[in-house]
Design a protein. Structure first.
Length: 317
């Protein structure tokens, strides 16, 4: 009689073996909730990663095309969601294959052979990039430059020679010279020899990157200080120009409000006395007028005395 605990424990192991071996996936689908958490969202530009992951996860879950369509509709966000809402949502006959084709055609970044080859042929090793990382990056540029359709037209030997030549020309100068002297016959040999040269240089000068980094940081600090001083000087110059402009406006406003008296034709006329008709003084300061007034006063006194004298005499008599 078989123990039930042994049978129950062997079932997950059997399912795992079936999944890893590719058998009984459709008959025993995995839970949908767990698989959906493994699938990222479809943003648009990441269509290649999304559909590759969806194909693999869909096989594990045994999903149909209708389920794949619904899951993709739920996983859309950003540009893919806007494209779906504007162009594909009202299509009643939309299938997963049509949706996938439309998404790829809309978000595929088609680059001409000339542009791809230019980025490939001008590739250079970065300052702190290792030989292995540079070789991998160069190979990816080759794959992007030469599509699958062009592989049949381009011989493998020519591609290998081109890859070797561009790899050697893109190396840093300290590594390029030993590799050229070694004259490798294949891309793999060139990469392995360049890695050995790189390791040797790191052993001889282990702190060369740190020294360069410190020097670059000091130089960058000086550049930052210089730019900061230049910006402050420019700000001061602008403020001085603004103050000069405001000062000139204030001076112009004051001159318009209180205009200065200018010597005109009227100010050049001589002052003439209205009494004596002589220039140089006015009537109030006229000496002749004062003399005439004194004379008139004396004459008036004399006349009054002459009038009062007969009256006095009659009174006395």
């Amino acid at each position: 009689m078989t123990d039930q605990s042994t049978v129950s424990e062997s079932v997950p192991v059997q399912q795992e073996n079936d999944i890893l071996s590719g058998h009984a996936v459709v008959s025993r689908p995995l839970p949908v909730s767990g698989l959906l958490s493994m699938l990222g969202n479809l943003k648009g530009p990441n269509y290649s990663e999304y559909f590759n992951a969806l194909d693999k996860i869909g096989k594990l879950g045994g999903w149909s095309n209708d389920q794949l369509l619904l899951i993709t509709q739920l996983k859309m966000e950003g540009p893919s969601r806007r494209f779906y809402e504007s162009s594909l949502k009202n299509n009643s006959e939309l299938t997963f294959g049509v949706l996938k084709q439309k998404m790829i055609a809309h978000f595929k970044d088609e680059q001409s052979f000339a542009a791809s080859f230019a980025s490939f042929s001008s590739a250079q090793q970065y300052e702190h990039e290792s030989i292995r990382n540079f070789s991998v990056r160069l190979q990816s540029l080759v794959n992007n430059s030469f599509s699958e359709e062009a592989e049949s037209e381009l011989s493998d030997s020519f591609r290998a020679k081109m890859l070797l030549s561009l790899f050697m020309s893109g190396l840093k100068q300290s590594i390029k010279a030993p590799v050229i002297v070694h004259d490798p016959s294949s891309f793999t040999e060139a990469v392995e020899f360049a890695i050995r040269v790189e390791k040797f240089q790191n052993l001889v000068c282990p702190n060369i990157n740190a020294i360069n980094t410190s020097q670059e940081s000091e130089l960058q600090k000086l550049k930052n200080q210089q730019s900061e001083c230049s910006s402050k000087m420019e700000l001061l110059v602008q403020q001085m120009a603004l103050l000069n402009e405001q000062l000139s406006k204030l001076q112009t406003t004051g001159e318009n409000r209180y205009p200065s008296r200018q010597a005109g034709p009227q100010n050049n006329r001589q002052i003439i006395c209205f009494h004596c008709r002589k220039p140089g003084h006015i009537k109030a300061n006229c000496w002749k007028r004062a003399r005439d007034m004194q004379n008139n006063a004396r004459q008036g006194n004399q006349q009054s005395q002459n009038v009062d004298r007969p009256a006095r005499e009659q009174t006395l008599n």
